[in-house]
Design a protein around this ligand. Sequence first.
Ligand code: NAD
Length: 422
Amino acid sequence: MAKTSLFENLLEKLRQTAKIAGISPEVVKILSQPKRVIEFALIFRKDDGSLLVLPAYRVQHNDALGPFKGGVRFHSQVNLDEVKALAFWMTLKGAVVDIPMGGGKGGVAVDPNQLSPAEQERLSRAYVRGIWQFIGPEVDIPAPDVNTNSQVMAWMVDEYEKLVGYKAPAAFTGKPLELGGSAGREEATGQGGVWILEALAKKTGLEPQKTKVLVQGFGNVGFWFAKLAAEAGFKVVGVADSKGGIILNKNSKSKAQNSKIKIWGLEIEKVAEWKAKTGSVIGFPGTKTVSGEEFLSTEADILVPAALENVIDEKVAKKIKARIIVEMANGPVTPEGDKILKKRKIISVPDFLANSGGVIVSWLEWVQNKTGYYWEKEEVLGKLKEKIIPAFEKVWQEAKRRKTDLRTTAWVVALEKLAKFV
Ligand code: NAD
């Protein structure tokens, strides 16, 4: 975990890039503070009758481009500084991919894995009772994030509708399909990242089947990224979760030959089955287990952090062997780590561009809910591609023109957009 403040780090980057982009000090001032911070005590009873009182947050950073939008995280480490930073990243995300959505985020400091399903439901509903007056389809639209999923969104939207007294599916995104969720939302974040990876491979002359990929994190984002990258022909040689990482043994039998699609590395769905059965990816046949730190410095071409923030600090950045990083988690690289990556000429696609597929399809879900007209998965994913690829191309070309890195350029592109609206 970082010793410095995540939000302060973003403010530092804001000041630096505002200078490069010629953004007015007034715009910088506005973006330096969230528009609203809701901090409350979330109270509910456990199954044994005892009372839990937990710190809970919703931060609404900026809504110049559209309603606040962003996930809700349930994690024991959640704190106000982190939620403020995550909300700021959402503002940048909407701006860089050019969608009419602002930036927000929420969280509760809790480990939901220690709660029963009934307790998780009471937790989700209590969260909505704490923020419902400040959210809504035209105001702020929460979605899933770490340890929250479509089931949690189903509880939340149900509680919200009870409180307001009418149907309001557009108040939350990432819902189950039968409750107004969008086709394609589950895989959206991973799919967007894999399309960026494919575009990047073309630009850098990497052949997918010779390109080794490591994915850290095996939840929604990591699983889908690994699965879709393997199906796109990349060689996914390792994945990791909170318990550790697995690396495919050389000449392993699990270097599978999927009948329809040629899979060169790990069979991701089999790894997922293993994780569902055993609770972790570790121990998967045909692989060796490594620690989290060893995993990040394993030999590969592409490293994909898709778990939590601050995993690539100065120390880790010095040891990474990959030449390209696709940041699928939010904030996986610390500012000190970033300096080392730049010095070592490692290309890093910044988080708020690489993982924007989720918010793009969340925006499409909101559009479908508001119009009551629903699209097939192919149509949704087609619209996702139409948004994310031009956004990546724009940042890539602009970085070449400015002779600078992708992160700085993505900030410049986002700030130029925001400056016209705030
Ligand atoms: P998730 O809860 O589904 O999965 C998180 C995964 O990370 C789990 O597999 C967990 O075991 C693993 N993990 C936790 N700590 C780890 C560690 N120290 N080392 C290795 N693995 C670890 O969460 P998610 O929705 O997949 O989100 C992952 C990241 O992507 C977060 O940073 C989130 O903010 C970001 N993100 C998510 C979405 C989305 O659509 N879900 C969209 C954009 C960005």
